[in-house]
Design a protein around this ligand. Structure first.
Ligand SMILES: *[C@@H]1O[C@H](CO)[C@@H](O)[C@H](O)[C@H]1NC(C)=O
Ligand SMILES: *[C@@H]1O[C@H](CO)[C@@H](O)[C@H](O)[C@H]1NC(C)=O
Ligand SMILES: *[C@@H]1O[C@H](CO)[C@@H](O)[C@H](O)[C@H]1NC(C)=O
Ligand SMILES: *[C@@H]1O[C@H](CO)[C@@H](O)[C@H](O)[C@H]1NC(C)=O
Ligand SMILES: *[C@@H]1O[C@H](CO)[C@@H](O)[C@H](O)[C@H]1NC(C)=O
Length: 348
């Protein structure tokens, strides 16, 4: 019992700083942040905008970030291919609004032939899902199109809307997701991205954003207390998001956090609460969607993304949760036990 009390609150009633790295401002984070859920757990959460995945995962491993939300393919790649001790605490989402989007004058996939596609990393994140949906349309990397490494979704969205990279190179298409897909919907016709394909029409389900940390943090009392309280606040916010009674409040909190119109916030709310691709997990408690993770692994494998592993490698064993493994629910379980029920009834 003392342990639970220790993990659910700070010993002295002062705010503890959490360095949180994120690629995108999710709906769950928006609610936790706007409704003071982090403060309720004695946390001062610093949102660090991730510039690119290479940088972000280095920060996870060197302690620059206490926790990161990034797509689980990165963690799989680092853990299985590079033997790095990254650990997934749980799943936040299944790829809300994950689409291949192009500039307005590109209206079909064929028009991408001979063009560069901008990505965060050519060997992780959404690169393999992109290859999958293009190969399903008979387009092959290296033959029909190529990758240009640019950075995280926020940077790629800005470049797509501008039609060019900062160095002047033309931009044609990229993967977008929440909240950028909906933000693009209301741009003037000269800038509004075309949605060429939705990932969920090709691979479904996918396990996408995951709470990620370094393995050593889980057994460090200071770090694990921070992580537990952070995940608790996010858990409360995720439950709040999915309660239909909170639709109005959740939409206005999203609007406030993203500084977007009500119309865009309504699209964001719909994306974040989508039962297939939203900020959801199988039991609503950040459990990783196992078929979704196996789909991610299968797509990566199809394109040689595990070339260093033996052909009989046991992926099922590699993704089985447990202490010291790729997926470790120790923190998530403590976080669920630390849920402050009163937060769920807060007014906006
Ligand atoms: C990633 O971000 C870091 C920090 O901003 C930067 O130094 C680095 O050049 C970036 N890497 C890529 C591949 O863009
Ligand atoms: C990962 O953790 C294991 C067990 O603690 C350790 O033996 C190994 O050296 C670590 N790997 C890296 C790359 O730090
Ligand atoms: C891809 O190519 C195959 C074989 O040429 C053809 O049967 C199929 O219709 C093509 N699919 C698409 C989506 O273009
Ligand atoms: C512009 O930047 C992209 C992405 O970093 C790079 O691939 C391209 O070669 C650069 N182009 C020029 C003209 O510098
Ligand atoms: C636990 O983490 C804290 C904060 O990062 C660090 O200062 C401390 O040295 C760590 N303790 C151990 C035993 O590694």
């Amino acid at each position: 019992m003392w342990r639970a009390i220790f993990f659910c609150a700070s010993a002295v009633h002062a705010l503890d700083v959490v360095n949180y790295g994120a690629f995108t401002v999710t709906a769950t984070y928006s609610i936790a942040n706007q409704l003071g859920f982090f403060t309720a757990y004695d946390l001062d959460v610093i949102y660090n905008q991730v510039p690119n995945s290479t940088f972000a995962y280095a920060q996870v491993l060197n302690g620059g970030y206490d926790v990161l939300t990034g797509t689980i393919d990165n963690a799989v790649n680092l853990r299985l291919n590079s033997k790095e001790n990254v650990t997934v605490l749980g799943q936040l989402d299944q790829g809300p609004d994950l689409v291949l989007a192009s500039r307005p004058d590109i209206t079909s996939l064929d028009q991408l032939i001979g063009k560069p596609l901008i990505v965060d990393s050519p060997v992780s994140g959404y690169a393999y899902l992109l290859r999958k949906l293009l190969s399903a349309n008979n387009l092959t990397l290296g033959t029909d199109y190529f990758f240009q490494t640019v950075g995280g979704t926020n940077l790629r969205y800005a470049d797509l809307v501008a039609g060019a990279l900062p160095n002047g190179t033309e931009v044609f298409a990229t993967m977008l997701l929440y909240p950028f897909t909906a933000e693009g919907e209301v741009l003037p016709a000269s800038q509004k991205p075309n949605i060429l394909a939705r990932v969920s029409d090709y691979v479904n389900p996918v396990s996408s954003s995951a709470f990620t940390t370094r393995q050593s943090a889980i057994t460090n009392l200071t770090e694990s207390s921070l992580l537990t309280r952070f995940v608790s606040a996010m858990y409360a916010a995720n439950l709040y998001l999915h309660n239909p009674f909170n639709k109005h409040c959740a939409t206005s909190l999203i609007a406030k956090q993203l500084q977007v119109s009500t119309k865009v916030a309504q699209l964001e709310y719909a994306a974040a609460t989508d039962p297939q691709t939203g900020e959801i997990s199988p039991w609503g408690d950040f459990t990783v969607n196992e078929p979704g993770l196996l789909n991610v692994i299968e797509v990566r494998d199809e394109f040689g993304g595990f070339s260093g592993l033996p052909s009989n490698y046991n992926f099922a064993a590699a993704i089985a949760p447990g202490p010291g493994k790729l997926i470790d629910y120790t923190i998530r379980n403590a976080a669920v036990a630390c849920l402050k029920i009163d937060l769920l009834f807060q007014e906006c």
